[in-house]
Design a protein around this ligand. Structure first.
Ligand code: SF4
Ligand code: SF4
Length: 174
């Protein structure tokens, strides 16, 4: 169901807070450990990321009943995310988004989508090995040191197939 004017205002305020928090966190992290990967490619509008949006939470949030209830209430009431399952060990909530039209493969409230939808899949670059990109996603991680690593691979006595496999697995494609 499309967002009404009140929900749009609430989501706009939540978006400002989210973006401020994200920018600060990334700025501080990059000062300590400069980012290893950047995002290559572009969105091909396959809509796979809308089919079952996921949020990895803090362990304390996942386990504390009242905080967890507020968290899930917020995502259900404000973002239209309905919990369908959870993965206990990595503390992941998996949702169905009520804004997603599976037939048209479209978001009915794209202009007021939450910050996490706007950021995806850049958040995956924060992983040590950013492999969990969806199979048909048009984006991919690119190693910032790819030129140096590619030239090192050229010096190895390995087959062309093996070199190409390593380039893929090490995210060296441009
Ligand atoms: S709010 Fe829109 S962009 Fe975000 S998951 Fe739902 S359908 Fe996709
Ligand atoms: S999975 Fe990737 S390519 Fe597909 S809609 Fe989401 S961001 Fe775009």
């Amino acid at each position: 169901m499309k967002d009404g004017p009140t929900i749009k205002v609430i989501k706009r305020v939540a978006l400002w807070r989210y973006q401020w928090d994200l920018s600060l966190t990334r700025f501080l992290r990059n000062r300590q450990n400069p980012a290893r990967f950047h995002l290559g490619g572009s969105c091909n509008k396959c809509s796979l990321c809308c089919e079952s949006p996921m949020i990895q939470s803090y362990p304390w949030l996942f386990r504390t009943r009242i905080i967890r209830w507020v968290f899930l209430w917020w995502h259900r009431k404000i973002n239209g995310f309905v919990l369908i399952r959870e993965e206990k060990k990595p503390h992941i909530f998996v949702f169905q988004c009520t804004h997603f039209d599976p037939l048209l493969k479209r978001c009915d409230s794209y202009d007021s989508r939450p910050g996490m939808c706007r950021d995806y899949p850049r958040n995956l670059l924060d992983c040590t090995y950013p492999d969990p990109f969806l199979k048909d996603c048009g984006f991919y991680p690119v190693d910032v040191h790819r030129a140096r690593l590619k030239s090192s691979l050229q010096n190895l006595e390995i087959s062309t197939e093996k070199r190409e496999e390593l380039e893929t697995r090490l995210f060296l494609k441009d």
